[in-house]
Design a protein around this ligand. Structure first.
Ligand code: FPP
Length: 259
């Protein structure tokens, strides 16, 4: 018999304090396997199981409206061919096997990054599921694939420059919202919570613009071991944070005046 699914802690489901947008750097698959004397590829396969569980768990909480997963960076193309092929295979399996979970749970799936570099089969299934799920509104699952944060900002700059050259935009009119319009994530809320597994204190070229005011939780847990309890522990840390956006603590939480 399989273990019972851990329920969210009391008061979590539908809570207003929950982050609207959670982004995750899924790290540590290789080390997870190496610690067990297993090939790295096995770590990725278990990591794909974590993806399945965390997507469902976030959706169950209801208030999380966007989940963005760093599944493959532009720089990851430089890994050994066998590893890249294995990751692409896992991705394809995920897109095929999770279709009903995505549709039954009102999840809109999209991918961001240099998507055209993906193998034709993966790209085809991705485009199919993006189209099929595009009207879903309960949560947006964004897979960052062949993604780089600097590359995304360069692309946005090129698009803004093209508008200036076409006479559609004055240089003085370039502001944050103009840049944001041209980012892959233009229709997502800002990232509230960035989680990184495996203890590394790095951003690794992920959502550089979007994490400007995100709360960051780094856990030593390796991604294949990151399941519901670890998600709830990260959310509990987030719950205790005071978000200040450059203001003072007193400004964002004025002292209570009593009754
Ligand atoms: C980082 O671990 C992880 C990746 C580069 C790939 C993430 C992929 C998955 C979780 C599985 C497939 C994805 C989906 C969406 C089904 P690492 O290999 O860098 O680990 P290490 O730092 O311990 O070597």
């Amino acid at each position: 018999m399989s273990d019972p699914v851990p329920a969210p802690p009391p008061g979590y489901t539908g809570a207003a304090w929950l982050p609207r947008h959670v982004a995750i750097i899924m790290d540590g698959n290789g080390r997870w396997a190496e610690r067990r004397g297993r090939p790295r590829l096995e770590g990725h396969a278990y990591g794909a199981q974590s993806v399945r569980e965390i997507v469902t768990a976030c959706r169950e909480l209801d208030s999380i409206k966007a989940l963005t997963l760093y599944a493959f960076s532009v720089q990851n193309w430089g890994r050994p061919d066998e590893e890249v092929e294995h990751l692409m295979g896992l991705l394809l399996d995920y897109l095929v096997e999770e279709k009903s979970t995505i549709m039954d749970n009102g999840i809109r799936l999209q991918a961001i990054g240099q998507i055209d570099r993906l193998p034709a089969k993966v790209l085809g299934q991705l485009r199919y599921l993006e189209e099929l799920s595009k009207a879903n509104r309960d949560m947006t699952l964004t897979l960052a694939l062949s993604y780089g944060g600097r590359e995304e900002i360069v692309l946005a700059c090129q698009r803004v420059a093209a508008r200036v050259l076409a006479g559609e935009l004055a240089v003085e009119a370039i502001d944050e919202s103009e840049i944001e319009k041209h980012l892959y994530t233009h229709d997502l809320p800002p990232v509230d919570l960035l989680i990184r597994t495996s203890g590394e204190m790095r951003i690794s070229n992920f959502l550089l613009w979007q994490v400007a005011y995100a709360e960051i939780v780094v856990t030593d847990v390796l991604w294949p071991d990151f399941r519901r309890p670890e998600l709830y522990a990260s959310l509990e840390q987030y719950k205790g944070r005071q978000r200040r956006y450059g203001l003072t603590g007193a400004q964002v939480t004025p002292p209570s005046t009593g009754s």
